[in-house]
Design a protein around this ligand. Structure first.
Ligand code: ATP
Ligand code: BTN
Length: 320
């Protein structure tokens, strides 16, 4: 793994706020000013907006609260690994699933190869969002994984509501939306089976303060900014809350499955009662969204009546 210690040390200094000269940073870290300048360029490539003012030095364009492994670990019982720079938190856990304790969590500040469903890119700039995955050994086996991803989405929106964040909704099967824009995505992947049980990795990317000019996202997106939450969210608190919420949701799901769950989903469904289309390869079906059923299938009222659809290859889009 590449050593990112110097860049992370520079960020630690800059995240305290104010201007920091190249010379001062160089002295503090025992490297030349030229080396600092090179590292700053590397940090900018992670998506951090840093500017330089002649005679003053470098400053972050936006305040940044770094994640702190000790703080997060003190608030959760599951083992947490904070790996600031990573390819993908999901891939990290999938690669190690054989040797991990169920419930192990991986959190990152930046993903070089963050991914969404069907290999699409999940844009993951440093320090402004959350990228979090949990390894879970699901004794109920693979067939139960679809329901689980719906349950996780509901649990997270309900937990945000408890924090006072209103208006976050769900798009089937596993996206969080705010004001019709994608706020977070959940990706459940499997690393094969251990007997009857399924080895799952549940990953979530949630936008907290992504820069408006972020490039590479192909659809409208939103962030949990101060304007949405009333105050800037504490990233360490939020990360711990999400770990604990996932843990409870997975444990409950193993005990109860989807019972009593349909109403909870339907209350939060972003498209319920609205015109949508389902895309399945070349095929498109239009209708009015009617929430989900007990199996976790999406319900659509079409010209042929109420129809249910389920499966990993289906995409839902608004069609108002
Ligand atoms: P579906 O999964 O139902 O086909 P989707 O469009 O949400 O719908 P995904 O593969 O789930 O597709 O997610 C990838 C999508 O999310 C891509 O359109 C991508 O541009 C977008 N995306 C990537 N990074 C982010 C981000 N940080 N915030 C919001 N959206 C993002
Ligand atoms: C989607 O909307 O398609 C799901 C996006 C999931 C992104 C998260 S970020 C943490 C974890 N690691 C990844 O590479 N992907 C998931």
């Amino acid at each position: 793994m590449k050593d990112h210690t110097v860049k992370l040390s520079i960020l630690k200094v800059l995240s305290a706020g104010g201007f920091h000269s190249g010379e001062g940073l160089g002295e503090a870290l025992g490297i030349s000013r030229a080396a600092i300048s090179k590292h700053i360029k590397g940090i900018q490539e992670w998506g951090v907006d840093i500017y330089r003012v002649q005679g003053k030095g470098y400053q972050l364009a936006q305040p940044m609260q770094l994640l702190d492994a000790t703080v997060i670990q003190s608030r959760v019982t599951l083992p947490v690994e904070l790996i600031p720079i990573i390819d993908s938190t999901n891939q990290y856990l999938l690669d190690r699933a054989d040797s991990l304790e169920s419930g192990t969590v991986c959190i990152a500040e930046y993903q070089a190869k963050g991914r969404g469903r069907r290999g699409r890119e999940w844009v993951s700039p440093f320090g402004s969002n959350l990228y979090l995955s949990m390894y879970w050994r699901l004794d109920a086996g693979m067939a139960a994984a679809m329901g689980l991803s719906l349950v996780v989405g509901v649990a997270i929106v309900e937990a945000l509501e408890k924090l006072g964040v209103d208006g976050v909704k769900l798009k089937w099967p596993n996206d969080l939306y705010y004001q019709d824009r994608k706020l977070a995505g959940i990706l459940v992947e499997m690393s094969g089976q251990a007997g009857a049980a399924a080895n799952l990795v549940i990953g979530m990317g949630m936008n907290l303060k992504m820069a408006e000019n972020t490039v590479g996202i192909t659809q409208p997106w939103s962030s949990l900014t101060e304007a949405v939450c009333g105050e800037a969210l504490d990233r360490n608190e939020l990360a711990s809350m999400l770990v604990n919420t996932l843990h409870t949701a997975l444990t409950d799901y193993e005990l109860q499955g989807m019972s009593g769950f349909v109403e909870r989903w339907n209350r939060l469904d972003n498209f319920i009662g609205r015109k949508v289309k389902l895309i399945m390869g070349q095929r498109e079906i239009t209708g009015v969204a009617r929430g989900i059923n007990e199996q976790g299938a999406v319900l659509l009222e079409t010209e042929h009546g109420l129809e249910s659809y389920i499966g990993g290859e289906i995409s839902l889009r608004g069609n108002d």
